[in-house]
Design a protein around this ligand. Structure first.
Ligand code: PHE
Length: 351
């Protein structure tokens, strides 16, 4: 074979490669022409050293050129075959593109987190800043500063979980978010408007409406002219924004050592519109009571104001505190508080 023969060989190979119908045929042609052991061009190049010295450069150059042409043709055809396979797959009637893709599971916030965010958003609209406080608290903030000294009967209400420490002050898992009333007032001067959502702990048996770990939201407003009317207005607006409609609010006298006067708040039931009955009979949401107890509240006790260095003659305010789970149960129609914390995705995913 001479240089001309090599060029003809390359011409033939190029033509065959351009016509290769699929990748298998292309691979067979690659082996046939430029295969490492006995491809036609490979073998022809191996003959170079056997030629007369003067013929070798021209022959070798023609051989290398032939191999490069064939390799380029192989790459070109491989690319063509790849894109036409793709086109065929995308053509209607080609591959079955109607097969549903694997579902992507999109996460979302836990109903308790959603409720906390919604409550915070509503109060933010009325000027309340959301702040958080420690879940492990000193006796002083949890009780003492809230007018609940060690021998006060109100301590019994809170079924406390104490933490062992070597400190003189006793430490506990906070049983309510009210300690933040004191912590916030210690740090700020009036006007104060804060909302404190947070986890609380009580040593209690669990049932459909009680858990030993639960969430509360605490509100505190201190200013120069605040009265019980402001407290009512704020909570009324909150109830309407959260539950919608023309919600009514019921205040009944209650007792808390750190507010005076104190009240218990209830909203008229949104499920039966405050009637206690629905089409199926007794309303299941409020148990026929027509009212849903929501929170404790009152005017911040002057002794608490004095303790943080406020002058009760100049500044007064109100506080309120309630359970987040209670709101979440109403908003999602969840009949048992434990469903939130068992974290069974079959239930949480259905909300
Ligand atoms: N901290 C009280 C409780 O958990 C509720 C409350 C908060 C009452 C603020 C009055 C003012 O029972």
């Amino acid at each position: 074979m001479d240089a001309t023969g090599l060029r003809k060989l390359a011409d033939r190979a190029e033509a065959e490669i351009a016509a290769a119908p699929d990748e298998a045929a292309l691979e067979a042609l690659r082996v046939r022409y430029v295969g490492r052991r006995d491809g036609e061009i490979t073998l022809a190049l191996k003959l170079t050293p056997t030629l007369a010295t003067g013929d070798r450069p021209a022959y070798g150059a023609a051989g290398n050129a032939a191999r490069e042409r064939v390799e380029a043709a192989l790459d070109r055809r491989a690319a063509e075959l790849r894109s036409s396979t793709l086109e065929r797959d995308l053509r209607p009637g080609g591959e079955d593109l109607s097969l549903p893709p694997r579902r992507v599971r999109v996460g979302r916030y836990h109903p308790i987190t959603q409720t906390i965010r919604e409550v915070s958003r509503i109060f933010a609209g009325m000027g309340f800043e959301t702040v958080e406080g420690p879940e492990v608290e000193w006796d002083y903030y949890a009780f003492e500063a809230l007018n609940i000294p060690a021998d006060h009967p109100a301590r019994d209400k809170f079924s406390t979980l104490w933490v062992s420490t070597d400190t003189a002050q006793r430490m506990l898992l906070r049983p309510h978010t009210s300690p933040m009333q004191i912590r916030v007032m210690e740090k700020r001067r009036p006007p104060v408007r804060v909302l404190v959502p947070g986890r609380c702990f009580r040593y209690e048996a669990t049932d459909a409406t009680h858990e030993s770990v639960f969430f509360q939201y605490e509100g505190l407003a201190i200013d120069e002219q605040l009265s019980m009317a402001d407290l009512k207005g704020v909570l009324y607006s909150f109830a309407r924004q959260l539950f919608g409609g023309d919600r009514k609010i019921r205040f009944r006298p209650d007792y808390f050592p750190f507010t005076e006067p104190s009240a218990e708040i209830a909203f008229d039931c949104f499920a039966c519109d405050g009637t206690g009955v629905t089409n199926d009979g007794k309303c299941r949401t409020c148990g026929g009571a027509a009212w849903i107890e929501a929170a404790g509240c009152g005017m911040v006790h002057p002794a608490a104001l004095q303790r943080v260095g406020y002058d009760p003659a100049q500044h007064q305010g109100f506080a309120f505190g309630g359970g987040i789970e209670r709101l979440a149960m109403l908003l999602t129609g969840t009949p048992d508080i434990r469903l939130f914390h068992q974290n069974d995705m079959r239930y949480l995913g259905s909300l």
